[in-house]
Write a protein that binds this ligand. Structure first.
Ligand code: DC
Length: 339
């Protein structure tokens, strides 16, 4: 069966590079959103507005390795007042789904052509990043400022890790952890921009803040059944509240349609410095090198695990907080959220 998919994108300037990179972006999205492979594409008709003449958009597909499909480029019929600098496509594909299931793709300025297709974003601020990048500090401040609730998802993984430690469960053994999950009840209570976490009715907000629990959290977070249970809980909180939620997979997995996505980063020495400062404040003895080593090891584990690893969401704003004050980071995020 054949289906037709429409797409359109506006480009910034009439140059070869701009025409090809935008065409590749649009076709890439059409392929991704419709779960196609290059071989499914039968033909593509391109049109470009009169102000685009530096290159044929079709060349971008050849560059993408789409060599079998029939391609043709045409100048678009000029209509007074129509959108300038726009490339449109009509893609014919071999599909085993009906036409109504095809997803048309309108990007950049071309979204105005089909406002009916624009999906409403979830009113949430997703903040991801590695340990010590400053997520929780700024997330709390932003939640307070916007009157949203702050949800620290790392605390949930920590609570599962703590349960394992307290009950002598080997947290590196997925089967053993899976077997006890039914007996784990996690509850979050939010007030005044703060979160308290309860494990089977007991407040463990402070108990989960040790290096040993952090390590166990990272390990249980790689177990599918644990992620399933906690992501379901996180999604249900998002459905009922406006949230600032921080973690590792918030923008990529828990709230992929969040209105604002932020990825905070900082170099390892700076993050280790921040962690040591926290430990000092709590009166816990520390060794800087050991803290830095722990942070690097946890990064490694969180970024390379199979399930929902720590990655930057495509549409996230990346902020390197190494040389920024908390206020600067907060203001940058608020600016984005309000913008
Ligand atoms: O942010 P944190 O240090 O409290 O997180 C503890 C661990 O939990 C972290 O090493 C990885 C895991 N985690 C996760 O996998 N996904 C999340 N959304 C949050 C945390």
């Amino acid at each position: 069966m054949c289906c037709c998919i429409r797409g359109a994108i506006t480009i910034e300037e009439n140059t070869k590079e701009c025409i090809w990179s935008n065409t590749e972006l649009m076709l890439g999205e059409i392929i991704k959103r419709n779960s196609l492979s290059a071989e499914d594409i039968i033909s593509v008709v391109f049109t470009a507005t009169r102000d685009i003449d530096a290159a044929y958009p079709a060349v971008a597909l050849r560059k993408m390795g789409i060599t079998e499909a029939s391609l043709i480029c045409m100048q678009e019929m000029y209509v007074k007042g129509s959108l300038p600098m726009c490339i449109r496509v009509m893609v014919t594909v071999a599909a085993d789904k009906p036409q109504r299931d095809m997803e048309h793709v309108y990007l950049k300025g071309a979204v105005v052509l089909r406002p009916d297709l624009v999906k409403k974003k979830t009113e949430a601020i997703a903040i991801d990043g590695p340990a010590g990048s400053g997520k929780s500090t700024v997330a709390k401040l932003i939640a307070k400022e916007l009157d949203y609730i702050y949800v620290d998802t790392g605390a949930m993984y920590r609570a599962v890790g703590l349960y394992c430690i307290n009950n002598n469960i080997d947290y590196t053994d997925a089967k053993a952890v899976e077997a006890v999950l039914e007996g784990i009840d996690i509850d979050l209570v939010h007030s005044e921009g703060m979160q308290r976490i309860f494990l089977n009715g007991r407040d463990v907000t402070e108990d989960i803040r040790t290096p040993a629990v952090a390590d166990s959290a990272s390990k249980v977070a790689a177990i599918g059944a644990v992620r399933q249970m906690l992501v379901a809980l996180q999604k249900s909180i998002v459905r009922k509240n406006k949230v600032v939620m921080d973690g590792r997979d918030i923008g990529t997995n828990v709230i992929p349609d969040a209105r604002v996505k932020i990825y905070l980063d900082a170099n390892v020495p700076e993050r280790a410095k921040r962690r040591c400062h926290e430990l000092e404040e709590k009166g816990i003895a520390y060794d800087f090198d050991a803290v830095a080593k722990d942070i690097s090891a946890r990064d490694e584990y969180d970024k390379n695990r199979e399930l929902n690893p720590l990655t930057v969401a495509e549409d996230a704003l990346v902020i390197d907080t190494s040389d920024m004050t908390v206020d600067e980071v907060k203001n940058k995020i608020l600016e984005t959220a309000r913008g």
